[in-house]
Design a protein around this ligand. Structure first.
Ligand SMILES: *[C@@H]1O[C@H](CO)[C@@H](O)[C@H](O)[C@H]1NC(C)=O
Ligand SMILES: *[C@@H]1O[C@H](CO)[C@@H](O)[C@H](O)[C@H]1NC(C)=O
Ligand SMILES: *[C@@H]1O[C@H](CO)[C@@H](O)[C@H](O)[C@H]1NC(C)=O
Length: 254
């Protein structure tokens, strides 16, 4: 895949301002300006390069952000793809008193294919969730996601209360289903975009029963999380709470 067209499309997408600001903590000027500042820097670098697009999309170059070294390692596995996830973390409240605490009730997210951004511009990728969680999902399910203008690659939700599912089957692409179990967790770093109540933890997940496709052993890391944590108590909260979040999901396999 050629990189210059990707970066140019990122800039084209930048003219479509986010339609929905989900909370006050979001600083449009700072976060988005920082993101597009990096994009235009890369475009200028590419224009000076005699062979634009020569970078390609080499997945072997993909590496987790250094803070993920606090999670178990996936020795022996190689990078497969990276998805930008944008959706909601759901919680339930038994009542609306300060004595109740929100209980986790799964998550639902669209997954967008950020593999080539991960391979070529990890510094851009790690900024994306901090921008993405504030932006509404496109109303058409199969649409690309602004501001990175990247393709839908699948859906993330919970198969049951302890089984995060990554369903990578779409009408035009069949990449199977990765069923996982949580095997490790660390608090998001202090630099994470917190939203109203904080960024959800970084996770290490591994394959479990129900995985469909040519996968074998799989590790999925949820990193670069932005927002998604619940309020500290249920005081004044409805029974069902949905908190917008975004994260990067790194898939490793054989
Ligand atoms: C969580 O929120 C989403 C989005 O509104 C909803 O579709 C889903 O059913 C909710 N509950 C669970 C347990 O995922
Ligand atoms: C993600 O994009 C890369 C580069 O275009 C492609 O090789 C890969 O198959 C895609 N993965 C999925 C699951 O769509
Ligand atoms: C994960 O995949 C490996 C390779 O296919 C398999 O041996 C292992 O049993 C799987 N783990 C679980 C918990 O299903």
């Amino acid at each position: 895949m050629r990189l210059l067209p990707i970066l140019l499309s990122l800039v084209a997408a930048s003219t479509a301002a986010p339609s929905n600001f989900l909370d006050d903590a979001y600083d449009f000027s700072e976060d988005l300006a920082g993101f597009y500042g990096k994009v235009s820097k890369y475009i200028n670098q590419l224009k000076q390069n005699s062979t634009p697009g020569a970078l390609g999309c080499d997945v072997s170059k993909i590496a987790l952000p250094s803070y993920a070294s606090g999670l178990p390692s996936s020795d022996g596995l190689s990078p497969l793809y990276v998805a930008l996830g944008r959706g909601t973390q759901n919680y339930t409240c038994a009542d609306s008193s300060a004595n109740s605490v929100p209980e986790a009730a799964g998550a639902v997210a669209n997954l967008y294919n950020a593999t080539c951004i991960a391979a070529n511009h990890p510094d851009l990728l790690e900024m994306l969730p901090g921008v993405a969680y504030t932006i509404s999902l496109p109303s058409k399910d199969l649409a690309r996601f602004p501001p990175a203008n990247i393709l839908l690659m699948g859906h993330h939700f919970f198969y049951d209360s302890t089984t995060p599912e990554f369903n990578l089957d779409l009408p035009n692409k069949n990449f199977g289903i990765v069923m996982t179990k949580k095997k490790g967790s660390i608090d998001a770093p202090s630099t994470a975009k917190k939203g109203k109540y904080g960024a959800v933890s970084w996770l290490y997940l591994t394959n479990t029963t129900g995985t469909v496709g040519n996968y074998g052993e799989v590790a999925v890391y949820r990193v670069d999380t932005a927002s998604g944590s619940p309020p500290a108590t249920c005081e004044g909260q409805p029974k069902n709470i949905e908190i917008a979040y975004s994260a990067n999901y790194y898939f490793f396999g054989k």
